[in-house]
Design a protein around this ligand. Structure first.
Ligand SMILES: [Zn+2]
Length: 312
């Protein structure tokens, strides 16, 4: 029975998340999205089948002129999390630009304000693969962990978002459309390698950014994008983001079989578990969101007066 309720809860979360967050880019018909999310996902992920994870690289020190660190901020003692249910908010951004006018673009000043909010509230970034590891095996995490993801691999990630995150000592997870690497307006392989050197995680967002539940050759989108990014970047690609946040049980199971240790979609919760490893909930930050949105969605903030333990 417990399994049944968990499955039912997952379906509800998917449906609610589709209703709340909608979809990036072109609109996909809502009936298709709902169909895609109607089937409860039964994870086939025995602990023994956990694919090996490569430890994230240690960020190399930056030149001093770039490490203009903002003032004092609270720090919280590390916590032991998992295995099993783990609370880590995952944010989703697309464009960061002062010229693009779309709901999927936040301005540089808005991103700076939001990153400063995280910093002032004692958040520290981890990657999606680190979260997957916490869910499977448990481990030590920052007192207030957060994951910051960027989809599609736009050049403005490198030009606008990356310097802002760096200012606060944050690293993101970038989901890249494999066939767009080095294309005009997109990240180059060299830029991606720089992000990796600075502790960012790179995940796959497919070969061509198509709806995997409706496209011929969807399996290749999942496997060939992994192989290509691994070849071009020289690292293991362990996490996948479903284009438009759309997946069904076949797509999710195939993503597991293809060797990914996690996959992300859309959602409204910051709490994850083994049953959501292949549809981790990401909360999308849109152009109109202010800090009140952060106060609302983030599990810890000073205003909420959560019990905290100060680090020594
Ligand atoms: Zn996308």
């Amino acid at each position: 029975m417990g399994k049944y309720f968990r499955g039912l809860g997952f379906v509800l979360i998917l449906i609610i998340s589709v209703i709340i967050t909608g979809c990036s880019h072109q609109t996909v018909s809502s009936s298709a999205e709902l169909t895609a999310t109607m089937t409860p996902f039964q994870p086939q992920v025995p602990a023994s089948a956990t694919p090996t994870t490569t430890p994230p690289p240690t960020p190399t020190p930056l030149p001093t002129e770039e490490t203009e660190t903002p003032e004092e901020h609270p720090q919280f003692a590390p916590q032991e999390l998992g295995p099993g249910e783990v609370t880590v908010p995952i944010l989703l951004y697309h464009h960061v630009s002062d010229t693009l006018q779309t709901q999927y673009s936040v301005t540089t000043s808005a991103l700076d304000e939001q990153m400063n909010w995280l910093y002032q509230n004692g958040y520290q970034t981890i990657t999606v693969t680190e979260l997957a590891h916490l869910i499977r095996e448990g481990g030590t995490a920052p007192g207030r962990p957060v994951i910051i993801t960027f989809d599609d691999g736009w050049l403005d990630l490198y030009e606008n978002a990356y310097p802002i995150l760096r200012k606060y000592g944050f690293q993101g997870t970038a989901y890249i459309v494999a066939n767009a690497v080095n294309a005009q307006g997109n990240l180059s392989a060299e830029q991606l390698k720089e992000l990796i050197d600075q502790g960012w995680e790179i995940g796959s967002h497919g070969l061509n950014h198509v709806d995997l539940t409706k496209s011929d050759g969807w399996q290749e989108e999942i496997t060939a994008s992994k192989a290509y990014l691994e070849k071009v970047l020289g690292i293991e690609i362990l996490t996948f983001a479903y284009p438009y946040g759309v997946a069904d049980i076949g797509v999710m199971n195939y993503t597991f079989s293809a060797g990914y240790t996690s996959a992300v979609g859309l959602g409204s919760t910051a709490t994850h578990s083994r049953s959501t490893l292949y549809y981790l909930s990401r909360m999308e930050v849109k152009s109109w969101h202010g800090l009140d949105f952060f106060e609302e969605i983030m599990p810890w903030s000073d205003k909420k007066g959560s019990p905290v333990s100060e680090s020594p």
